[in-house]
Structures are given as C-alpha cells and as structure tokens.
Design a protein around this ligand. Sequence first.
Ligand SMILES: Cc1ncc(COP(=O)(O)O)c(C=O)c1O
Length: 385
Amino acid sequence: MNEHARLEARPIPFTDVDAQRRRLGRAVDDAITRVLAHCQFINGPEVRALEAELAAFCGARHAVACSSGTDALRLVLMAWGIGPGDAVICPTFTFCATAEVVALAGATPVLADVNPDTFNLDPASCARAVATAKRLKLAPRAVIPVDLFGLPADHDAVAAIAADHGLKVLDDAAQSFGATYQGRRLGTLGTAAATSFFPAKPLGCYGDGGAIFTDDDGLAARIRSLRVHGESPGDKYNAVAIGITGRLDTIQAAVLLEKLKIFPDEIVARNAVAQRYADGLAGTATLPRVGDEATSVWAQYTVRLEPGRRDALAAALKAQGIPTAIYYRKPLHRQAAYRGFPVGDGGAPVAERLAEAVISLPMHAYLEPLVQERIIAAVREALVG
Ligand SMILES: Cc1ncc(COP(=O)(O)O)c(C=O)c1O
C-alpha cells in the first residue's frame, strides 16, 4: 500500500495521544519506572522538578502542581476567601468548570457574553456583569477570563475593568498553557492563572492534573497549604485552614516532565496545522483569527457556520471517517445546573448564536498534511460543493 492509500484507509483521530506516545518512545515509560523504583508516589521529587520547569517555561514566580484544572481554579478562590455574598464574573461560553468552582465556593457566578471572533470574554459585557452583581447586592470580587480553544482573552481590557472595580483576575488557562499574549506566556497574566493537564489538553498528562501560577508569594504559600488539607508548613497534623486533597501524583509529574521537553516543538506543529486549515478552508466558513498581540496553542480548531448547516457538515464528515466535536452546544446559562445564576445586563446573545454555529475539526500536533488534505477536501465538498 502506498503512503497515500495507507493514510486514506486509516480512521482519523480527533486528538492523537497515540502518535505522541510513539514519538516519546521509552522516555515516559522510563520516567514512570523511576517513580516505581523510588516509591515516593505523593509529593516525590518529580513534583518539585515539574513545578520549577513549569515556572521557568512560562515565567511565573511560582507554579503549584495540583490534582486537576478544576482544583487549580478552586484552590485560588479558596485562598482568596471567596464565598457567600461574593460575585465572580465568568464568560458563559466555556466549559462548566470555570463557573462550577465559583458555585462550589458558595459565591455567585455572574455570567457574561463573549466576543464573536475570539469566543473570549467580551469586556463590555464583563463591565455590565459587574454592575449587575452590584445591583443584586453581591460583592464583585474577581473575574475569570478564559483563554478559550487556546487563544488568549483580551487581557488588557480585562485588567482595566478589574482595576476599576478592585477585582482579582484568575486566568482560566486550562486550554491555553503555552500560548502568548504581548510576548508573555500565559501563566503570568492576571493575579493568578490555572491550567489543566487533562490528557486531551495541549500539555496533558496520563490522568488528571493541573497547576496554578502566580507571582504572589503569600498566595502560593496558602495554595500549597490548601492543596494538602490546609496543613501548616512543617507541621503536617496541625491544619490551619479547611483544604482539600489537591496534590498532583508523582507519576503524573514524571509524565509531564517528559512531555514538557517536546511541548515547544508541538506548539510549532499545532500552529502549522492551523495555518494549513486557514489556507485550505478559506471561503468555506468563518475561520479563527489570531491578532498580532497573541499566539494560540490551538486546543481546538473551531469554525463558525451559517445557521442550520452544522448537522449536515458533521454527518458528511462522519460518513468519511472524520470526527468533529461541538464545544459548546449550550452556553452555561442554558444548562440546567447554571440556569439559576445571573447573566449580566444585556444577556449573552453572542454566546447563544455561537452555540448554534460552532464546530471543531481534528487538531493535534501529529496531524499529517495528507490526512489534513482529506479533512479539508471533505469540508469543502460539504460546504461549497
Ligand atoms: C476552560 C476550562 N476550564 C477548566 C477545566 C477543568 O480542567 P480539568 O478537567 O483538569 O478539571 C477545563 C477542562 O476541560 C476547561 O476546558
């Protein structure tokens, strides 16, 4: 079978953890074996080494590894003492964890609309959500901009609103670790940032994991305590705060240390894949654009379609063995668990339209040009004939 026929015959994965495993060879297996040999499964040396590498990678003063992206967000809110009577502004077009942690803290997520081009928090809607929170007699304490699909939010605009209203900024970089904004890697924007190492994320481990980034020494120390049941430093069985079991397993840290070595290269590869989509799909749909101030890590390649065309495109691609995904079919304020939370004045019409129009195509660092040609041809055929 020639190369073309081989690639034609193979089912196309949406993300390809397998191809990455092949590239890494025995490196991850050996790293795990080293942990099995030293048996420090909790807070082993790999965890500290990973924290140092992550901090160096993004330029943050502190990186604190933890059990998931959700716990990373949650630990920051706990450390800030956010709770009942407080409001935290979140975009409504995001994964539910962004607002879930606010509700878990006993505070109120106030949901804001997003920008139609970037899918990220719309600063004007964010400012209106602050006003809504005040009218509801809630104390606006923080804003969680999300860098959706790997693209940084409008951090300057968010910082200006935060400064006006005395809000802390918690950057939800779960999908975007490795991206840059004005030449700075995410992790250094906001008062603190959180990321996820869920396997499908641009930098993923082989289970659940996450990390918090901050330049604030006091905040980092409180989070380190909270992730181990609020223990006091050097006095393990003397809890000084109510915390959680929020640690990252040593085995996952060992996996991430190996994956971090090839991550810069993978970011370049992801950008090449995005560029091939941009060239090949021009004129078929509204394609993602990245402004001069930012770079994306392309957690997803998400296009917008004219109303009513999505199901037919998904079906046509599926018939050719090409998977698609829809992030997100419902904005948070339309989901049962979040319906009761306030939406900022003006509502979220953009998020509602996007939820009907977006579709994501296969995206990962190992998408071969010939396979991508097949995807592009199928999309073109379905949309423009
Ligand atoms: C925007 C966003 N925030 C938070 C999370 C939560 O991360 P985790 O699944 O690691 O808890 C995710 C994960 O999908 C996410 O996409």
